[in-house]
Structure formats: C-alpha cells, structure tokens
Design a protein around this ligand. Structure first.
Ligand SMILES: [Mg+2]
Length: 252
C-alpha cells in the first residue's frame, strides 16, 4: 500500500521539533572567541580572586563576590562604550578597576592601575575552555576551515589561543582592532570572508553574543548559530540555537 504522505509528514514533524538549518555546503566556520570557546567568566573569576587576595582588598571590601560582581558591572558597561567607539582601549582598561575601587570608597588610582596591569597580564594565561571545545574543534577541523572573528584585543587573544593550545585549529584570525570596526559592523564580516578566501554562502558564524555575532552575521546575510550556553530567555530572531558546543557535532 502506498505510504500516506500526510502521516509521513506528520511523523517527520514529530521527530524534528527543533527547526533545523538545511544542509548547505559550508566550507568555512567563523567562531567568536570569548564566551564561545574561551570561558571568560571562569577564567576572569580566577584572576579576580587572586587580585582580591594578593592586593589584600579584604582590608577595604568585606566579600570577594561583591568585588567580582561590581567589577563585572563596570567592565560590561565600559565594554559597551568601547564597542560603540565612545571610549578608547586605554580608558577601558584603566577605568574598570578605578570605578570598582571607587564604588567601595577606595580612592587610589595607583592601586587601580597596578590591579589593571595584573589583570591584563594574568587573564589571558588562564586555560578554562567551554565544555567540548577541544572535541568540537578537532571534529570540525577535519571537515571545515576554521577561523576566529573577535572584538578582543589582538595581543591578548593571541596569548589565550596559544596558552590553551587551540591556535593550530584556526586558519585566519580577524581582529576588530586591525579592521578598524567591531562586530556587528558588516565590514569586519566581509573582511573576514575575504581574508579566508570564503564566500557568504559557504560560511557560517558561531557566537554567544546575539548583537555582535548573530545580528552582525545576519547583516551580511551569513548563516549563524547562536550559542546560548547560559540558556537565557529571549526573542531574538535566530536561525539556529545551541546550548552546548557538542551539539555542533550533530549539526555540522
Ligand atoms: Mg563572545
């Protein structure tokens, strides 16, 4: 008896509740680095705890978690201003600890500078990666050319990649500092595609930041996968979403 088309369609729908990206001949995968492969929160927390102890901040601040949370608030705020070209790199680096200390009534710009330098020196030496980073990069690198597009500072990102021993997986590293614009500006995606010898159609972007990575890719009509590892609720118009990097081994 001929198969009922409708029931066959229904069973397909039932099996695939999640929308899937149609198989496309991708050849190039562009990754974001911070919070996509390199575990920013865990690495940063480790260095901030060292700072709290080594610089004896307990003399001024009762709880180390308060110091860390307050730092994140100012750091995020300043990064947003940096991304919008409202402040320069130097101001971002010096002000984030200055404002944090001031919040706890510690007015000492020399101490803020020393802490700032310590952070910049030690943070990129941390090696905690998001779960499955090595497995996924090992798998994908046999099938695709892998690249990085990052708004992070060039000298810092190079150290992170080398220290974590994942630099060899990537063909092209594209830094916003070099291109002169930051994600989500279309120019950085176009430049990345050109440098990699790729095309929009055979490329896909993977990142944790909807605005910088996904909206940025969408602006140049590049496919993308939103890596929502914190599983935040949202209404972003994303084509595809994952919460663990290991899902990439099924999708790509
Ligand atoms: Mg990121």
């Amino acid at each position: 008896m001929p198969k009922n088309i409708f029931s066959s369609w229904k069973s397909e729908v039932g099996r695939n509740l999640k929308p899937q990206i149609l198989p496309k001949p991708y050849q190039h995968i562009f990754f974001d680095l911070d919070r996509t492969l390199w575990h920013f929160e865990e690495n940063s927390k480790k260095v901030l705890l060292d700072i709290f102890n080594d610089f004896e901040l307990s003399k001024h601040i009762e709880f180390e978690d308060d110091f860390i949370q307050q730092y994140y608030i100012f750091n995020d705020l300043l990064w947003e201003r940096y991304r919008e070209n409202k402040i320069e790199k130097d101001e971002l680096r010096s002000e984030r600890f200055n404002l944090t200390l001031k919040h706890f009534k510690v007015i000492n710009s020399k101490l803020a500078d020393e802490i700032g330098n310590y952070y910049v020196e030690h943070s990129p030496l941390q090696t905690i990666l998001l779960p499955y980073t090595i497995e996924v990069l090992t798998y994908l690198s046999t099938k695709y050319k892998l690249h990085i597009i990052t708004n992070g500072f060039e000298e810092i990102q190079h150290i992170k990649l080398r220290t974590c021993k994942i630099d060899h997986f990537f063909n092209q590293l594209i830094f916003s500092e070099k291109v002169g614009v930051k994600k989500p500006h279309p120019l950085i995606f176009k430049k990345a595609i050109k440098n990699a010898g790729a095309t929009i159609k055979n490329s896909i972007m993977i990142g944790d930041d909807y605005y910088a990575d996904i909206y940025g890719a969408q602006r140049v009509k590049m496919d993308s996968i939103y890596f929502n590892f914190r599983q935040i609720e949202h209404n972003y118009p994303v084509e595809k979403e994952i919460s663990c990097l290991s899902e990439l081994m099924e999708l790509l």
